[in-house]
Design a protein around this ligand. Structure first.
Ligand code: URA
Length: 232
């Protein structure tokens, strides 16, 4: 991140004001004074001081992980590798996965320290679309499609909300749901007498799984992805 951007995020002043402060040689990076406003720093590693006062800025972090099978959606776990342990970069305190994917579910998982955004994405009232690629043990009957589209009794107090079903072949569908109940997709298929054999999340609201990310790989979200999530 550019030094001047970092300083303005730390509320030192506007971009114009911080450029002036840097040119006045009041800013040091790792102990060395700098007059250069377009140098890049690593906000998680480098020590930045203004007038010898250390800055501590907790930046919002937004990470897209293509979750692999065998990893748990938790911040710590005694038995299994966690999704946070898939991120081989230094993260600020307080990062967590937004919602849970089962240990054997793959695909899109957002990791952040932005509690407000997570709350909005997970709020049942907001009905955020989650799209899953689902493979099933048995062919998906017309009757099952009708049930999924109209609401399924999975043993909760209410039926599931109507899902959108797009069949790819006789045992594969793209399923769009707007809730996040425990094991929801697996329970919806079980309630229709079928069984999920493979499950992968491919989008959540406006955020799409990046085709270039192999299972287990991650990247930071772009500014436009973050904007879309916040405005969605
Ligand atoms: N539904 C499930 O059954 N499992 C998941 O991981 C996500 C949705």
């Amino acid at each position: 991140m550019r030094l001047d951007k970092y300083l303005s995020l730390a509320n030192i002043g506007s971009r114009k004001e911080v450029k002036k402060i840097i040119r006045q040689k009041r800013v040091s990076v790792n102990g060395a004074l700098t007059a250069d406003d377009d140098i890049h720093i690593d906000p998680y590693i480098d020590e930045v001081r203004v007038d010898d006062e250390k800055l501590t800025v907790i930046l919002d972090v937004y990470i897209l992980l293509n979750k692999p099978n065998g990893v748990v959606s938790a911040t710590s776990d005694e038995m299994h590798k966690t999704v946070l342990e898939c991120i081989d970069a230094s993260l600020p305190q307080g990062c967590f996965p937004v919602g849970r994917l089962d240990i054997d579910t793959e695909g899109l998982l957002l990791i952040t320290n932005d509690g407000d955004l997570a709350h909005r994405l997970l709020s049942p009232k907001r009905k955020v679309d989650k799209v899953y690629l689902v493979k099933s043990r048995n062919p998906i009957e017309q009757d099952t499609i009708i049930k999924l589209e109209s609401g399924v009794d999975i043993g909760d107090e209410t039926l599931t909300l109507p899902a959108k079903v797009e069949c790819t072949d006789e045992t594969t569908v793209r399923l769009t749901i707007q809730e996040g109940r425990y094991h929801q997709v697996k329970r919806m298929f079980a309630a229709c007498g079928n069984e999920v054999t493979y499950l992968k999340r491919i989008s959540m609201g406006p955020l799409q799984l990046d085709e270039n990310l192999k299972c287990g790989q991650w990247r930071f979200l772009s500014e436009s992805e973050v904007e879309k999530l916040k405005n969605g």
